[in-house]
Ligand binder design. Structure first.
Ligand code: S3P
Length: 205
């Protein structure tokens, strides 16, 4: 008997305030699945807001707790061989962890892209601990961008913020086609998926 393939979950990645949770919710609704927001799980586990933990314990300790929690969520998701129950939204900095990047290799990361300026406008008024210093924010954005890009199987640009729902059936179809990548494109006449890679044409069936 052949090995049973791990379940490839839809996992939303992207910078702070890119709209990952909102996109995950829209996709989950279309596909009749639940949503796991790892920031929410972390807040539960820490017993306090992320900002309070960050201030007292520092970023290194936050990353250690974040890594442990997310790796266990992603491993559990990969084990759902009978079919998925949830889509997952990660905190923006999760991809800085090598262990998390490795665990993401089992899944189908969907990158919610966002302009740096838009992310700053949204995030700077919130209590996110890393959205205080404008220059440091921009530097993190530049450092992380290529990582999101290289990890992602599908890209939802911020201009297509409302595309997650319509994109959901495409994302679901891609789960069985590891050679396929997709970017959701916007044009004057509407939005559509641009799909490339081996097996791309099969998605149209
Ligand atoms: C962080 C992003 C936040 C949260 C924490 C750190 C980051 O999540 O995990 O404040 O390093 O980018 P969101 O991406 O949901 O804002």
């Amino acid at each position: 008997m052949g090995a049973i393939a791990a379940h490839q979950g839809l996992v939303f990645i992207g910078f702070m305030a890119a709209g990952k949770t909102r996109a995950a919710q829209a996709v989950a609704e279309r596909l009749d699945l639940g949503v796991i927001d790892t920031d929410d799980l972390l807040v539960n586990e820490l017993g306090e807001p992320i900002s309070a933990f960050f201030e007292r314990e520092g970023e290194t300790e936050f990353r250690r707790r974040e890594e442990r929690l997310i790796v266990s969520v992603l491993d559990a998701l990969a084990g759902q061989v009978g079919g998925p129950s949830s889509v997952v939204a990660l905190g923006g900095g999760a991809i800085e962890s090598e262990a998390i990047r490795r665990a993401l290799g089992e899944h189908m990361p969907v990158w919610c892209d966002v302009d740096e300026e838009v992310a700053w406008e949204r995030a700077s008024g919130s209590d996110r601990p890393l959205a205080v210093d404008r220059r440091a924010f921009a530097e993190r954005f530049e450092t992380r961008r290529p990582i999101y890009e290289s990890l992602s199987r599908a890209i939802l640009p911020s201009a297509a913020r409302d595309a997650a729902g319509p994109a959901a059936p495409w994302l679901a179809a891609m789960q069985g086609n590891p050679g396929v990548r997709m970017i959701w494109a916007e044009s004057e006449s509407g939005s559509y998926p641009a799909v490339v890679g081996e097996g791309a044409l099969g998605l149209l069936d």
